[in-house]
Design a protein around this ligand. Structure first.
Ligand code: PLP
Length: 401
């Protein structure tokens, strides 16, 4: 009898594992590797939020809570959705989970059956396709290349919908491209979805607060008539620099939220009680530091985009949100590095960049759109300058094969 589930055969090992492992090994050998691969802000959790966590411990808030979150936090989430997104949810339409990731997992496990299809625009956040496969369903990838601003079109969506389509996953601002859908673009997608009443919409809004001079919008707000089949997901990880606290949340139809609660009740139970109190302080406390954080991210974005675009063979669009850029490297494929490696793919590029220039990035194939790589600019400007110097030198050393 086999030990491991057949479902697991459908899930690929993380494509970035080899790279992360190699970066760690180089560091252990004393090599000064600059990491541009982190998916988290480099800021500390703001003091008032940390204090709320400490106060929760001192007050004995250290026991099980309701599976779907403490009532105060759920009320604060309902108020956040009302205030920032114009969305109105009753208490039974909201749930808290251990990170945005668990919200997504709950939703997919609660709804997917074998044969179902889930539409995922690429480049995508690495976890979507594998979570869909874990749910026994099929990811259907919709390519959204640079020429389309890394966004899918209404025509593409229309052509991809089949009777088996269960979900469309939208993520704006996007990981890995930073692309942000305009309200008009979302309205265009909504027009198509209106004609496909059995398709559900999962809006991953985790980077909502990290935008640069553009308006964030979410589909349930733009198309309120679709709210009864939309799950609006968000969390405190990125906006409040709380990745380690593990709090995500969602608003959606009561039946779906109830099913997600059931999945959570038989897996992790409630999210960490202490983190829930910290998240409550995040959502109800001052929000003004976000303006400074966005200004900092914007400066770093401009620095990286300018520096990368100055390198022949690299084309780096300027994204409107998140803290990533996704440069195209079509112009470098087929070239040979100073150490003699031929760059046949973006994985070759990223590996050689790590070995020969000691900069760690994530190659585009991991996100389903090549040849490209993802830079996370959640680090100091000085570090970004040094990293860009190294990338420029590495690229200048490439020769024709
Ligand atoms: N969605 C996207 C697009 C992300 O990039 C991430 C984290 O990297 C998540 C969801 C999950 O975030 P968390 O589980 O930390 O809340």
């Amino acid at each position: 009898m086999r030990l491991l589930s057949a479902t697991l055969d459908r899930v690929a090992p993380s494509p970035t594992m080899a790279m992360t492992g190699r970066a760690m090994a180089l560091r252990a050998d004393g090599v000064d590797v600059i990491g541009l691969s982190a998916g988290e802000p480099d800021f500390d959790t703001p003091p008032h939020i940390r204090a709320a966590g400490i106060a929760a411990i001192e007050a004995g808030q250290t026991r099980y809570t309701a599976v779907d979150g403490i009532p105060e936090l759920k009320a604060a989430i309902a108020e956040k959705f009302r205030r920032e997104n114009g969305l109105s949810y009753a208490t039974n339409q909201i749930m808290v989970a251990s990170g945005g990731k668990q919200v997504l997992y709950n939703a997919l496990m609660a709804t997917l059956d074998p044969g179902d299809e889930v539409l995922i625009p690429a480049p995508y956040w690495v976890s979507y396709p594998d979570m869909v496969r874990l749910g026994g369903a099929e990811p259907v990838i919709l390519p959204a290349p640079l020429e389309q601003g890394f966004k899918i079109t209404s025509a593409q969506l229309e052509a991809a919908i089949t009777p088996r389509t269960k979900w469309l996953i939208l993520n704006s601002p996007s990981n890995p491209t930073g692309a942000v859908y305009t309200p008009e673009e979302i309205a265009g997608l909504a027009d198509v979805l209106r004609q496909a009443p059995s398709v559900w919409i999962l809006s991953d809004d985790i980077y909502e607060h990290l935008t640069f001079g553009v308006t964030f919008s979410t589909i349930a707000e733009i198309a309120p008539d679709l709210a009864d089949r939309t799950l609006t997901m968000n969390g405190v990880s990125k906006a409040y620099a709380m990745t380690g606290w593990r709090i995500g949340y969602a608003g959606g139809p009561a039946e779906l939220i109830g099913a997600m609660r059931k999945v959570q009740s038989q897996s992790t139970s409630n999210p960490c009680s202490i983190s829930q109190h910290a998240a409550l302080a995040a959502l109800t406390g001052p929000q003004d530091f976000l303006t400074d954080w966005c200004a900092t991210f914007r400066r770093r974005r401009d620095l990286v985009v300018d520096r990368l675009n100055a390198i022949p063979g690299i084309t780096c669009p300027t994204p409107d949100g998140a803290f990533y850029v996704y440069p195209d490297i079509s112009g470098l494929i087929g070239r040979r590095t100073a150490a003699g490696t031929v760059i046949s793919s973006d994985k070759d590029f990223a590996m050689a960049l790590l070995e020969e220039a000691n900069v760690a990035v994530v190659f585009g194939a991991a996100f389903g759109l090549s040849p490209a790589f993802r830079v996370s600019y959640a680090c100091s400007e000085q570090m970004l300058e040094t990293a860009c110097d190294r990338i420029a030198r590495f690229c200048a050393g490439l020769s024709d094969t």
